[in-house]
Design a protein around this ligand. Sequence first.
Ligand SMILES: Cc1cc2nc3c(=O)[nH]c(=O)nc-3n(C[C@H](O)[C@H](O)[C@H](O)COP(=O)(O)OP(=O)(O)OC[C@H]3O[C@@H](n4cnc5c(N)ncnc54)[C@H](O)[C@@H]3O)c2cc1C
Length: 264
Amino acid sequence: MRNFAYHRPGDVSGAADTLAKSNEPRLLAGGMSLLPSMKLRLVSPSDLVDLGDIAALKGIRVDGKEIYVGAMTCHADVAVHADVKRVLPALAELAEGIGDPAVRYRGTLGGSIANADPAACYPAAVVGLDATVETTKRKIGGDNFFTGLFTTALEPGEIVTGVRFKVPDKAKYMKLRHPASGFAVVGVMVAKFRGNVRVAVTGAGPSVFRVPAMEKALASNFSPKAIDGITIPHADLMTDIHFSGEYRANAAAVMARRAVAAIT
Ligand SMILES: Cc1cc2nc3c(=O)[nH]c(=O)nc-3n(C[C@H](O)[C@H](O)[C@H](O)COP(=O)(O)OP(=O)(O)OC[C@H]3O[C@@H](n4cnc5c(N)ncnc54)[C@H](O)[C@@H]3O)c2cc1C
């Protein structure tokens, strides 16, 4: 790890100012992804701007129609939040299934989505639940936030402040968990809203994606049978030492059917 200057501002505007004044800064949330990358010298920031003291970035607010989660809220807090469990259990279950206890207590929503790991779970919630990502500069629709492998619509100096998730009539997140890391080999969020259905797949491709053929079929008949013969094209999916793209495509279709079955 190379030397860097460490900053711990007390508010969001202080963090934004420090970012603007620094050469090659990085925001630090829980450090779950950033610190290993620094140790491997994949990134060598000149300045680390730690968001840990900014109370305004932490917390969860629930009303009947939306759930707002602050960027610095850790996964464990989402997993046990009584109102999240009551209003949108799929989101609490997703958070509960992330990594291991250490990752859940250090890892944050903002860090997870800004990092845009292709195997992360939260991207499926952001897209599947038609969420809005709020930043220091604007509001970004979930469909437009993730732009590719480890890339997002965030601009330099832009800080995620929180995410507003829509509350559907029902939803389920189903994940095929990597046995070593807990990351998603594939993860599928199915959400039924009044008038439409969203199916968002993470883990399979370079970035989260929707499955329009399944969404259309489920909108007219919300049952596992409705998507029985629908396959997911695998040509652009990830093949690595663990699984082929073809396997991931099939697993995503299976997870989608299981998710629908669980809430039918
Ligand atoms: C062993 C292990 C298992 C894991 N398993 C899973 C899993 O099953 N599912 C899953 O979804 N995730 C998993 N993760 C990822 C984990 O959930 C973390 O959320 C993720 O690593 C990001 O960590 P962090 O929140 O500490 O952010 P950091 O590592 O501190 O930051 C990550 C990146 O986001 C940027 N950033 C941080 N906060 C903001 C912000 N507010 N605005 C803009 N940019 C920001 C940082 O500059 C950095 O580039 C796992 C991680 C590990 C180490």
